[in-house]
Design a protein around this ligand. Structure first.
Ligand SMILES: C[S@@+](CC[C@H](N)C(=O)[O-])C[C@H]1O[C@@H](n2cnc3c(N)ncnc32)[C@H](O)[C@@H]1O
Length: 315
């Protein structure tokens, strides 16, 4: 991999930091797409945590909002264990509302000595990393996934449904577990991987591929697959076509995204449906809206649960 002068972790759009000698660790699919255009090296968080990347003398971390303080432990470990040369110059950038003093205190507890300054409309915490970091253990819970009981799933850092498997996911899993076996299932918007893990452990698929726009979710999915012995390959991408066609595609649809993104997303799912069985789940109140997106694929079958409905198509 090419040498770089600095790493930027997270959303660097408003920091004017990126140049031809910068590496970017993307936390979202859109950050990855932007970084591929502007930086020397663009990797997802999943890749940066999972494989060797070159170290750099300067690191800037733009702390993402709404992911909780525990994410700092993961990012601190990423910096110390993977990205930073010894004695690197590290800057943590965050907005005032993100509680810079609490962040500084939490990092101080891990051996960081950070000076606080203003950086435009952001606050900068700057200093050297400690010599070693501790790999954080994400919060986990135990769940029955269809055929398998007591499956341990890590779910943390603000991902969807962190304390229990979502009711819609559970309904979709129950329906999909009745499908004939396929070599590979695609799990679009995989989150921390409950559907993929449940379907492979349940014998419906030999392996899984998954997409998500959130690299932190993908890192958890990858972790959950590994500890449960599930063969999973993930892609940080907004396009459902980023993983190959499969005999079965499942999706607990992200319904809180902009309408224009929904159009593109559902078009991508419809394209996958031309190659194999498609099963999606949405809240019952949204059934008509999402059935419309599947028009043109022929008959749409449905299984209604208490609050959700699974919609299915066949090629
Ligand atoms: C309702 S959650 C379902 C998560 C997981 N499948 C489950 O059932 O627990 C929807 C997921 O879709 C992701 N997402 C949103 N837009 C996406 C897109 N364009 N492509 C892939 N994933 C997306 C979100 O980050 C979130 O993890």
């Amino acid at each position: 991999m090419s040498a770089i002068d600095q790493w930027v972790v997270g959303d660097a759009a408003d920091t004017e930091l990126i140049d031809g000698s910068t590496g970017v660790v993307a936390l979202t699919a859109s950050e990855l797409d932007a970084a591929r255009r502007t930086s020397r090296l663009a990797v997802s968080l999943t890749d940066a945590l999972g494989s060797a990347v070159p170290r750099a003398a300067r690191i800037t971390v733009r702390v993402p909002e709404y992911r909780g303080m525990r994410l700092l432990d993961l990012l601190a470990w990423l910096v110390v264990d993977r990205l930073a040369e010894p004695d690197a110059d590290v800057t943590w950038l965050l907005a005032k509302q993100q509680g810079p003093d609490s962040v500084r205190k939490r990092l101080a507890g891990q051996g960081w000595e950070l000076a606080k300054t203003k950086a435009g409309r952001l606050v900068a915490l700057r200093g050297r990393p400690p010599a070693t970091g501790e790999r954080p253990v994400p919060r986990e819970f135990s769940v029955d996934l269809g055929a398998r009981s007591g499956v341990t799933m890590a779910a943390d850092y603000g991902v969807f449904s962190p304390d229990k498997v979502d009711d819609g996911t559970a309904l979709l899993l129950a329906v999909a577990l009745r499908e004939p076996p396929v070599p590979t299932v695609a799990d679009i918007g995989i989150g921390y991987g409950a559907l993929s893990v449940g379907l492979v452990l349940g014998g419906v698929a030999g392996a899984a591929v998954g997409t998500d726009v959130d690299a932190i979710a993908l890192w958890l999915a990858d972790h959950n697959a590994r500890v449960n012995g599930v063969d999973l390959t993930v892609a940080l991408a907004a396009d459902p076509g980023a993983v190959p066609p499969t005999g079965l595609t499942v999706c607990n649809v992200p319904t809180h995204i902009p309408a224009a993104d929904t159009q593109v997303f559902m078009r991508g799912l419809a394209e996958r449906a031309r190659h194999g069985r498609l099963l999606i789940v949405v809240h019952a109140s949204l059934e008509a809206r999402y059935t419309r997106h599947l028009a043109g694929l022929g008959h749409v079958d449905r299984v209604a649960g208490e609050h959700h409905v699974v919609l299915g198509t066949r090629p």
